[in-house]
Design a protein around this ligand. Structure first.
Ligand code: SF4
Length: 137
């Protein structure tokens, strides 16, 4: 959760080194569908106990999300940035997908941080300002 005057970027910058490394790895894989927890722990060279703690901390801060998947009858977890969780198939069919696709928040890695903040961060967001200017033309 953000404190007054903190921006979502501050939250990421303040992460301890290993959490920051985990966040960066998840971020780099997020658009391709994410990374499994086991693969993340392998890349970081840590065990599941330490890896679970890191993932939970990132989730509590709203920086990553975890989705359960099942492969060959075995459950595992895939990690992505919050803004990459939505698929087109998940959206209602009665809305104009073309307009929605362009809203910057849907692909923004800071969506959960923005939503959980007590500040109205979207009001000062350059990406949102640019989007609103574009659709008003
Ligand atoms: S308002 Fe939307 S685009 Fe801007 S930082 Fe927040 S989630 Fe990202």
């Amino acid at each position: 959760m953000l404190r007054s005057r903190e921006t979502p970027h501050d939250l990421i910058d303040l992460l301890p080194p290993l959490e920051r490394k985990a966040y960066d790895i998840i971020s780099s894989k997020s658009r391709e569908g994410g990374i499994t927890q086991i693969e993340l722990w392998r890349i970081l060279g840590i065990d599941s106990k330490e890896g679970s703690k890191i993932v939970l901390k990132l989730m509590r801060r709203g920086l990553v999300v975890r989705k359960e998947i099942e492969t060959n009858g075995r459950k595992s977890y895939v990690l992505t940035l919050p803004g990459h969780l939505l698929n087109k198939e998940d959206l209602p069919t009665l809305v104009n997908i073309n307009l929605i696709e362009e809203i910057p928040c849907f692909t923004c890695s800071l969506l959960s941080v923005c939503v959980s903040s007590e500040e109205s961060l979207w009001m000062t967001c350059p990406k949102m300002s640019e989007y609103i200017s574009r659709i008003r033309k």
